[in-house]
Write a protein that binds this ligand. Sequence first.
Ligand SMILES: [Zn+2]
Ligand SMILES: [Zn+2]
Length: 383
Amino acid sequence: MEALRGFVADMLESEGAAIAPLEPDGLEVLTPEPLRAALGLPELARLGFGATLPAGAISIGLEGDWLDRFGAVLGERGRFAERRLVVAENAVAPSDPERLLDCALDLPNAVWRLQEAKPAWTRCLLLAFRYTAISDEKREGLIWLGFNQGTGAVIGGDILGRLRTLLASVADWHVPEPDTRHAAGAAWDATTFAARVQPLVEHHVRRDLETFVNAMRRRLDRDCARVHAYHDDLRRTAQLKLAALGTAPGEKAEADRKRETMRIAAIEREYAAKLDDLRHNYALRVTVDWMQGLALFAPVHRYDVLIKRRKGERIIRIDWHPAIRMIEPPPCDWGPGVGRTRLVCDDRLHLTDVSGQAPCPSCSKSWCRACHPAGCPRCQRAV
Ligand SMILES: [Zn+2]
Ligand SMILES: [Zn+2]
């Protein structure tokens, strides 16, 4: 709860409240209007954040509506920010860039050559999204993802984790100056941004929800099997009765046959309705909302790398980040771009995830999804 206490202290102070620490795990707060009314606090209040409250303290925790009240005070502030990363002047660039790039680049169908290495500024974008999945149960989660807009690389996994840890540990906030902005180059336009963010968000949400969805499928399978066994049993009994009646003549036998036939039809209808209920009950709806973004202006060591495939060639950029001493994965023109393996297309030398050059499921022709994002160029089957 130390983090929550720190957050509340910072927020109240920035809104004009006077605060003093109070043991154990508490704050003493003098709150002015209109903050007092917004939070529903008395003018002088004691707040407690731990299991043991200071005498006379109001308990503040993640449960209840406290987060909503703090959220209402913050409003839209803090959703997007810009920050310049400061790195020690003496950060030394890697001594063997070829070896570094060899680890970063996995190009099974192309060759590469380092053209140039130089210090540069780049513009990274770190984004947080919240997802909510609802079926018979509910699951919520937060995902972070990032891009280097200067190279097109995905900033994820370890690199993102270390960058975020570093940013959280440095209290000083440096705003990017015009020179830095200019050197870092322009931000992506909306079309590029949407094309890159969407597959990556989907990739992360799917991965996060995998166990949730698998558990849901197991429950669905179990319920389907149970419903099937029950109705199958009923139907079989009715069918046996019907068979036993045979083709015996007479009004009573005819009425019995009709009754059993109707019973079987009713069982089948009920089975279909029960399956419909299950389908409805287990239907999965996932919503994703953007929560927070940070444009991070970072000094990097930039490598211009020449990619050669057949007779074509193209230069890509790969950045090494001195702040965390890590190199990015290669850029990616199609797909989530999270790993280090890229296939290069023949026509325009796009770098894509392996699935971006896969054969068409209908006509078996291999094609580049970056060249033809809508569908297969031969048979027009949609992606
Ligand atoms: Zn292509
Ligand atoms: Zn095709």
